[in-house]
Design a protein. Sequence first.
Length: 134
Amino acid sequence: ALGSMRLPDRKLSTLAAERNIFNSLNEILKSYKAEMISIDLSPGANLPMSAAPGIKRGPGEKLAKIIGRIEFDCAEDVATKVVSEIEDNPEIYSISRLQISRYNSGQEEFRRLVNVDITLESWVMKSTLGRRGR
């Protein structure tokens, strides 16, 4: 992301981080009167040390991804503003895919709506201490 970036909170669980992302996205969409079509947030893979060498990890800590996909409809004149605000949000680390499609027929075209589909990424610090290996 180009805005300020939140370092992963060691006290924040993956579920709590996902909830923060979900709430942030809902607030942004609501402020622009965008209609959410779908949202999917899921834990991703652990990141290697080389992916973020500046983020210190303690014993038993791993940096992990949260992958999200959000799709929404909004007025064509606010689509880039919504995307910009999502990217500037400190809960979002990057947008890896963005697709904006104009409706070519139907009521959506008349209302000048576009469909926005975004894949985004955030990070969370996971503790592996206290877990038993197999």
